[in-house]
Write a protein of this length. Structure first.
Ligand SMILES: *[C@@H]1O[C@H](CO)[C@@H](O)[C@H](O)[C@H]1NC(C)=O
Ligand SMILES: *[C@@H]1O[C@H](CO)[C@@H](O)[C@H](O)[C@H]1NC(C)=O
Ligand SMILES: *[C@@H]1O[C@H](CO)[C@@H](O)[C@H](O)[C@H]1NC(C)=O
Ligand SMILES: *[C@@H]1O[C@H](CO)[C@@H](O)[C@H](O)[C@H]1NC(C)=O
Ligand SMILES: *[C@@H]1O[C@H](CO)[C@@H](O)[C@H](O)[C@H]1NC(C)=O
Ligand SMILES: *[C@@H]1O[C@H](CO)[C@@H](O)[C@H](O)[C@H]1NC(C)=O
Ligand SMILES: *[C@@H]1O[C@H](CO)[C@@H](O)[C@H](O)[C@H]1NC(C)=O
Ligand SMILES: *[C@@H]1O[C@H](CO)[C@@H](O)[C@H](O)[C@H]1NC(C)=O
Ligand SMILES: [Cu+2]
Length: 821
């Protein structure tokens, strides 16, 4: 990711995609064939309608629980539609702060004259304004009492961050405001787990600050340097650039690389073409933004043509005097459609015929329900919430009525670059500064999620969006099968032939976080066997820099003047796991090697080497940190010691991590303290309400003294035996770019994931109760090749809406040879 104002702004690449889609779909079929296809589909459409009417009738006259579920679903989630905002929204313990609550909070705070609050749409950096408002989750113990034991409704309050640029000592303060809806207090949060009075120089960027960058910095630089920019690159910055324009990017500098109290950023120019992060130029300038008054911000160093100048004036003077090297790059000649950096179709188009790609559909409509923020799917139930800062959080995740996890959420996305030039080498991004809740929107039906998915709008308050706003299609929920058997067995042969199989059918909650150039697709996947999986993949554009030989070892030259730099993607997740209650323990089961004497062996060599399990209960937070070691393969097990099955197995869930990555920055050096969580592939802490998140919106700036220091959560080294435990998982990967990452990096091969999967928790696989399974048994056990019965557990035998395929019944009725031979 490269940082500039679109960190906060909507970007409009969709229209481009739609344009290119029109091109893809141009008709290449002979006219007659085209007509036939159309008619065929029309008939199918009518058939579908008839079938769904029939199903509707069946639903009404029969009353098996599953069918009632189908009926309920229909009235709740409308396909292709987001739910309208209800006037009287049900407010649960996990419900994000509502519009009317936001109004009350703002009103309450505005009454307090000492806060001098400005409206964020007109505020300046030296004003006070409310940056974010979100739910302050009630203490877990209270929430559980309320949920499980009819306890009192916990007091509802909000977590409010206020930028106080107008203070004598400018500061960001974090308040708790409550109780909602009839507010009586707004007090500074009181916790030792994070700073709640934050030095102003480590504040996250805001629309307010960007407005000043546009008015106080860029015009000054452009006015002086546009002639140089035009001579060097054939383009200019500002209003009068015509059709050859430059765009700026911004690299905020972590406090680790600055004197105490300073706030600085590198800016650099790129061609304003699709897409500008692949069109960087070698003009970078450093701005001191420490002063709260933007008119005192100063351009300091300038980097141009691989040379660092002490000031813009020095560069311009030497440039005019011709005493320095000059860059001469022609403005890209190609039409935008032909640029290798654009997302328009190009090359030898395929497929040759206008035949649609395979896709999934729901034959009988959705099989899940969404009531307020609660999703029910088969044996699963959970509540979702979209926080402006953290983004999507899932709460109270239950399987068969038992809580498996109290919270599951992403905490941070970091991208750490390496480079020679100043602006690129200072790129250390902690993306939550861009406010994840506002980065998720605009999911495209049929591409980002299946067209039959439920698309959910969200509403949140942030100053960056000028107040309480709705973001459309911010998340989607859909059921799918991933075309992989969850389980199957084909027992073949003359005796005992049978077949049993079940697809991995699951429910997906998906968001795509777009942060300038990168798009992070994050899925929460609920499988029918009681496993819940979290998966993230990145796509979108690379960030890049101007190529010089000095950049060679930091990346891949992907075009004449462009190098895409090596970078490290890191993702941090929170999984508040609860196994049969909150008193849990964590053990590692390590695979060891033993040298064993085989007493029964008659060979002269009577010993043999084999593996064995060593179970090790972890007693304290520091002893439970997981640093992957190839020599010691491990299972990570969360158990309830008091819940053993009759065989003595402790009921447990296993955490399986698929996407470990080694942090190569030394501990406590540079940016590293802001992402101290990345020291561990997994860590376990005793649950504390105050240790709510592992990162913060300040992480991009605060390395000198992190606002949230995850390491501190571990350093008190609490006992973790039979305690309420939280697991923190780091996923990551290094990217060394390649030319094929133009224009976009693919998600293919890039999925990182972890999974919570039952481990001796159930006596047998819970998916055994799935009526989506199929069993095939020979009609006559002694003659397995002479026909077999298909058992579908009363499920419909398949709606042939899209294409007539031979039914399994037909295929198997007189010969099952292909299966059992
Ligand atoms: C007003 O805000 C200040 C902090 O700026 C706080 O100390 C004071 O208690 C607030 N007054 C009321 C009535 O909430
Ligand atoms: C809040 O105040 C309103 C109006 O005064 C009152 O009707 C309502 O019951 C109060 N709500 C709570 C939760 O106290
Ligand atoms: C913070 O909370 C602690 C414990 O609840 C209390 O002793 C202390 O006085 C509080 N500090 C402030 C500044 O409110
Ligand atoms: C840049 O320079 C070219 C060539 O001198 C000139 O035609 C053009 O108008 C300049 N661009 C701007 C925006 O002034
Ligand atoms: C200009 O570039 C050349 C070739 O890269 C280099 O040898 C020379 O030192 C540079 N001159 C200045 C003034 O930087
Ligand atoms: C295993 O034990 C036997 C008998 O003590 C010994 O001779 C042999 O070297 C051992 N092998 C290894 C690999 O340690
Ligand atoms: C486990 O059960 C024993 C006996 O019922 C009880 O004393 C103990 O507190 C329980 N421990 C936990 C962690 O629940
Ligand atoms: C299966 O065999 C029966 C009896 O011989 C026959 O009537 C039927 O048409 C056959 N079905 C298929 C699909 O071949
Ligand atoms: Cu990458």
């Amino acid at each position: 990711m490269a940082a500039q104002d679109s960190f906060l702004n909507e970007r409009s690449s969709l229209t481009e995609e739609q344009k290119s889609k029109g091109f893809v779909y141009r008709n290449e079929l002979p006219r007659a064939y085209r007509k036939r296809l159309t008619i065929h589909y029309c008939i199918i459409g009518v058939l579908c309608l008839v079938i769904s009417i029939l199903i509707g009738v069946i639903v009404i006259i029969t009353s098996s629980p599953d069918q009632i579920l189908v009926e309920k679903t229909r009235s709740h989630s409308k396909r292709h539609h987001t739910r309208p905002s209800e006037a009287k929204k049900h407010i649960g313990v996990f419900t994000e702060i509502t519009e009317s609550e936001t109004q009350s909070i703002i009103k309450y705070l505005k009454v307090n004259a000492s806060l001098q609050l400005s409206d964020p749409t007109t505020a300046r950096p030296n004003s006070n304004f409310v940056h974010t408002i979100e739910l302050k989750l009630a203490p877990k113990e209270q929430v559980l009492k309320y949920l499980d034991h009819d306890g009192p409704t916990p007091v509802r309050s909000a977590f409010v961050s206020i930028f106080k640029g107008a203070s004598v000592t400018p500061v960001v303060e974090e308040y708790e405001v409550g109780p909602l809806p009839n507010i009586t207090y707004a007090h500074l949060l009181n916790t030792t787990s994070r700073k709640t009075r934050i030095p102003f120089n480590v504040r996250p960027f805001s629309m307010v600050e960007f407005r000043s960058i546009y008015t106080d910095i860029l015009p000054v630089v452009a006015k002086k340097a546009n002639f140089l920019l035009n001579e060097s690159y054939g383009a200019e910055f500002g209003k009068h650039c015509g059709d050859r324009c430059l765009k700026f990017s911004m690299t905020p500098i972590s406090s680790a690389y600055l004197a105490k109290g300073e706030r600085k950023a590198w800016f650099w120019f790129a061609y304003d073409l699709e897409f500008y992060t692949l069109h960087p130029l070698d003009f970078q300038f450093l701005v001191d933004m420490t002063d709260i008054n933007p008119s005192n911000w100063q351009v300091q160093s300038v980097w141009y043509c691989s040379t660092l100048f002490d000031s813009l004036d020095e560069l311009l003077e030497k440039y005019r005097q011709n005493t320095i090297n000059k860059t001469r790059v022609p403005y890209p000649a190609a039409k935008e459609e032909e640029l290798l950096t654009s997302l328009h179709l190009r090359g030898d188009a395929f497929p040759k015929l206008n035949l649609e790609a395979p896709r999934q559909f729901e034959p009988n409509g959705p099989r899940y329900t969404i009531e307020d923020d609660e999703v029910t799917y088969m044996q699963w139930k959970f509540t979702y919430k979209m926080s402006p800062t953290i983004g999507l959080q899932l709460f109270n995740i239950r399987f068969k009525g038992e809580r498996i996890a109290y919270e599951l959420s992403m905490q941070e996305i970091a991208v750490l670059y390496a480079a020679n030039s100043p602006a690129s080498s200072m790129l250390y991004f902690a993306d939550s500064a861009g406010l994840f809740g506002t980065r998720t929107r605009g999911l495209l039906p049929g591409v980002d999620c299946p067209d039959y998915a439920h698309f959910q709008d969200i509403e949140i308050y942030t100053s960056n969006n000028g107040g309480y706003r709705r973001f459309e299609k911010a998340m989607c929920i859909f059921e799918q099968n991933n075309l992989m058997p969850l389980r199957r067995h084909r027992a073949y042969g003359k005796i005992g032939a049978f077949y049993g199989g079940l697809l991995d059918i699951n429910l997906v909650v998906r968001i795509v976080i777009s942060v300038i150039n990168y798009d992070y697709v994050t899925d929460f996947i609920f499988h029918t066997n009681g496993a819940v999986e979290v998966k993230v993949a990145s796509t979108g554009y690379l960030a890049s820099g101007f190529y010089t030989p000095a950049e060679e070892q930091y990346g891949t030259r992907i075009r004449e003047n462009v190098i895409a730099h090596l970078h490290h993607h890191l993702f941090h997740f929170k999984a508040d796991i609860d196994i049969k209650g909150t008193a849990n323990r964590f053990s590692t089961w390590t695979i060891k090697t033993e040298n064993k004497t085989d007493e029964w062996s008659s060979a002269p060599q009577n010993w043999h080497i084999q593996t064995k399990i060593k179970k090790s209960l972890k007693h304290s937070e520091l002893s439970a940190v997981h640093k992957y070691n190839f020599n010691h393969p491990k299972y990570l097990i969360f158990s309830n010691a008091n819940q053993t099955d009759k065989l003595g197995n402790q009921k447990s869930y296993r955490l399986k991590i698929n996407g470990i990555s080694k942090m190569k920055l030394p501990r406590d050096q540079g940016f590293e303290p802001s992402v101290s969580w990345s020291r561990y592939q997994m860590a376990v802490t005793k649950q504390k309400d105050s240790e709510y998140t592992s990162s913060s919106v300040y992480a991009m700036w605060d390395a000198r003294d992190p606002v949230v220091n995850f390491q501190k959560y571990l350093d008190d080294n609490e006992n973790i035996v039979d305690e309420d435990l939280v697991s923190w998982i780091t996923l990551g990967t290094y990217h060394i770019p390649q030319t094929e990452h133009m224009p976009n990096t693919p998600t293919v091969g890039g999925h990182l994931s972890f999974m919570l999967t039952p481990f001796n928790y159930f006596e047998e696989d819970p998916s055994m109760s799935s009526r989506d399974a199929i069993r095939i048994s020979p009609k006559d056990k002694t003659r397995p090749l002479d026909g077999a019965n298909v058992e579908r557990y009363d499920m419909p035998a398949g709606t042939s809406c899209v294409k007539d395929t031979e039914s399994l019944e037909n295929m198997l009725t007189n010969s099952s040879r292909f299966l059992f031979f």
